[in-house]
Design a protein around this ligand. Structure first.
Ligand code: 2NE
Length: 263
């Protein structure tokens, strides 16, 4: 598969997969997810690869989730319940029998933060910012995006993240156990390489068993996720969800007041 939206590089045991859409703050469209799935499958199967790094191009954004400019009526126009098989990608990152490190070079927002959440480890530059925006833009990422985040941050903090849609600094994310380390922008590549080098010195089979063992405890969230994405597909057809998307695209505050009565 030739890549348009990502870059994929393998050297000395490390596969780096980079979302390459800096003009969209590395937001993903359907094509991006298909390419990420292909690259993760290849990196997972490659016996010369011991660790996988996921990052974004530039220093503005790691990933800002679904590309709102490709979000039409009912979804994103590709495969799967919402036309964006992002639940498949989240599952694949977990299934890959190698540690996956998120190298967070800027905003990790919405579905971008969910990718950080499903990665095994996360190392961020000081200027990185984290957050969920679903309820602001008429979306939600059920399963791993909500419940797995709560496993890391605790229930009250994860609910705050989703219910207020604030942005959090890298220092705050570190203090909350959201990520593993924070370094200066200049040191990010070298620090991630150091972590990769340490991992590459360890038994790959032991790491694979450890990763699968960690996953077992939250595996039921995969089913929550696939059911949730079916519900999300229906929600995307509603006026309430469209209000969120249109408000973002038109750079205005959403007005959800007419939808309170349903609840
Ligand atoms: C990332 C953030 C916080 C940046 O804010 P700010 O104020 O620094 O910049 P601005 O002006 O909002 O964004 C800069 C440029 O990047 C584009 C913007 O439209 C803007 O473009 P220009 O006006 O310069 O042309 N941009 C940023 N994020 C984008 C995106 N996701 N899609 C398309 N264009 C994007 C702020 O921009 C922000 O909050 N972005 C996130 C927007 C968002 O709604 N993300 C999707 C959430 S839903 C999701 O990811 C999802 C899910 O929940 C479930 C399943 C699948 C996906």
């Amino acid at each position: 598969m030739s890549y348009q939206d990502i870059a994929f590089d393998r050297r000395q045991g490390v596969a780096e997969i980079r979302i390459n859409r800096p003009d969209k703050y590395n937001a993903f469209r359907a094509q991006t997810i298909e390419e990420l799935l292909d690259a993760f499958k290849q990196a997972g199967a490659d016996r010369s690869v011991g660790v996988i790094v996921l990052t974004g191009t530039g220093d503005k954004a790691f990933c800002t989730g679904g590309d709102q400019s490709s979000h039409g009526q009912g979804g994103y126009g590709g495969r799967g319940a919402i036309g964006l098989p992002v639940d498949e990608l989240q599952g694949l990152i977990r299934d890959t029998p190698k540690p996956v490190i998120a190298k967070v070079n800027g905003y990790a927002i919405g579905g971008g933060n969910v990718l950080v959440t499903v990665c095994d480890l996360a190392i961020a530059a000081e200027h990185a910012q984290f957050g969920q925006v679903g309820p602001k833009v008429g979306s939600v990422d059920p399963g791993f995006g909500t419940a797995l985040l709560a496993r890391g941050l605790g229930e009250k903090r994860a609910r705050e993240v989703w219910f207020l849609c604030r942005r959090y600094s890298a220092a705050q994310a570190l203090a909350w156990g959201w990520i593993n380390a924070v370094v200066s922008k200049e040191d990010l590549d070298a620090e991630v390489q150091r972590w990769c080098d340490e991992i590459l010195g360890l038994s790959p089979t032991a790491l694979a068993i450890a990763k699968r063992s960690f996953n077992i405890d939250t595996e039921q969230l995969r089913a929550v996720s696939s059911m949730g994405f079916e519900a999300l597909a229906l929600f995307y057809e509603s006026a309430e969800s469209r209000e969120g998307v249109e408000a973002f695209l038109n750079k205005r505050k959403p007005d959800f007041r007419s939808h309170y009565q349903r609840r």
